[in-house]
Design a protein around this ligand. Structure first.
Ligand SMILES: [Fe+2]
Length: 368
């Protein structure tokens, strides 16, 4: 189990939870979790519970060391201000992209302030264009000056408007584009044991789409969110380098825990540090008194009241770790998160642990 502490107490096994300037405690594992058996994996998946597969990729991770090092280099050069397109047009990328994925353009989207650079590709076969507007988009994970977390996301078409699930052929080409730029993707896609486990879990051959390569950096990570999208069943997250700390639980469970925490007498003083306005605390309490209202509020783009509690209140974060929803991932570890629908999906929050940014793969899981 992952244990939460207020301080480090000079214990080097404790890792700091700091995100975007907020100090949210320290965590350590009292023991490495055991590999769940097939039955437990299936049971947890169908009960909308996160599933950690500790060390499942350890046997292959070394064989991708060169690719992981290249990915780190690409990330670091990008952080230092280098444009991505010229990097992608040289080796080791050029020979893997050509002739199938010609780079068409590089966009710097002004309407999206988090966008670093968006690379647009065609897909060709025998010299004929078979798909257009495949893209790899590099973005910051936040606007915080001291958070260097970034990601490379792969998809196609009009972002936010396209029904990507309706075009599996193009979706697969976007996945192949990921393989060409980040061949370490095969740590997931070609891993026999993992694929067998997932095939049994979802009842058919797993397919990995809507891929994201993450570099969570110190002081960064992701706020509490879900990843429900039409056409996919959940997320497979694999840590390849570095380390991340997680909280992950189904939305109804999270709602239960918010209500349980707010019922504690000590919650008022804890909350006062995060939501200093008494009216805000009152409004959050009123929302939480009605499960449906709280659920609806959490689904709003702006859900600052619950966000303050979930992302910035150390005592609530402690509450969730104490209740057993915490995970620590290192190289070779995988976390599965079912995303059945908006009501049942696993919400999750991510922290970078340690002093170095790490690479991780986050792939949507679907079946053919
Ligand atoms: Fe996510």
């Amino acid at each position: 189990m992952v244990q939460w502490f207020r301080n480090s107490d000079n214990d080097s096994t404790r890792k700091e939870l700091t995100r975007r300037g907020f100090d949210l405690g320290w965590i350590s594992e009292d023991a490495r979790p055991a590999m769940p058996d097939r039955e437990t994996v299936q049971q947890r998946w169908h009960n909308d519970q996160a599933i950690m597969l500790p060390g499942i990729l350890t046997d292959v991770i070394d064989s991708y060391a060169v690719d992981i090092a290249s990915a780190h280099q690409l990330m670091e050069k990008t952080l230092n201000g280098a444009e991505i397109a010229p990097q992608i047009e040289s080796e080791p990328y050029a020979s893997r992209l050509n002739p199938k994925f010609p780079l068409i353009s590089a966009l710097f989207e002004e309407h999206d302030e988090q966008c670093i650079e968006k690379l647009m590709f065609d897909a060709e076969k025998d010299g004929e264009v078979i798909a257009e507007e495949l893209w790899c988009k590099a973005s910051w994970l936040s606007f915080h000056d001291d958070d260097a977390s970034m990601r490379f996301r792969f998809s196609f078409g009009m972002e936010g408007y396209e029904d990507v699930a309706a075009d599996p052929a193009r979706q697969m080409l976007a996945s192949e584009l990921t393989d060409a730029i980040f061949p370490e993707s095969a740590a997931i896609t070609e891993h026999e044991k993992l694929n067998q486990l997932l095939a049994e879990m979802v009842g058919s051959k797993p397919v990995y789409t809507e891929r994201i390569i993450y570099f969570n950096a110190p002081n960064g990570g992701a706020q509490m969110h879900h990843d429900v999208e039409r056409g996919h069943l959940g997320v497979v997250f694999a840590q390849l380098s570095g380390s991340t700390g997680w909280l992950a639980m189904a939305k109804p469970v999270l709602i239960d825990e918010i209500r349980a925490f707010l019922a504690l007498p000590e919650s008022e003083s804890a909350l006062a540090n995060t939501l200093p306005e008494p009216a805000d605390r009152q409004e959050l309490r009123e929302l939480a008194s009605d499960r449906a209202a709280l659920s609806l509020h959490m689904d709003q783009f702006d859900h600052e009241l619950s966000e303050a509690l979930m992302d910035r209140c150390p005592e609530f974060i402690q509450h969730l770790f104490d209740r057993g929803y915490g995970y620590i991932l290192g190289p070779g570890d995988v976390l599965l998160m079912p995303q059945r629908d908006l009501e049942t999906c696993v919400w999750h929050t991510v922290f970078c642990l340690g002093d170095d940014p790490g690479e991780a793969l986050s792939f949507a899981l679907r079946t053919i």
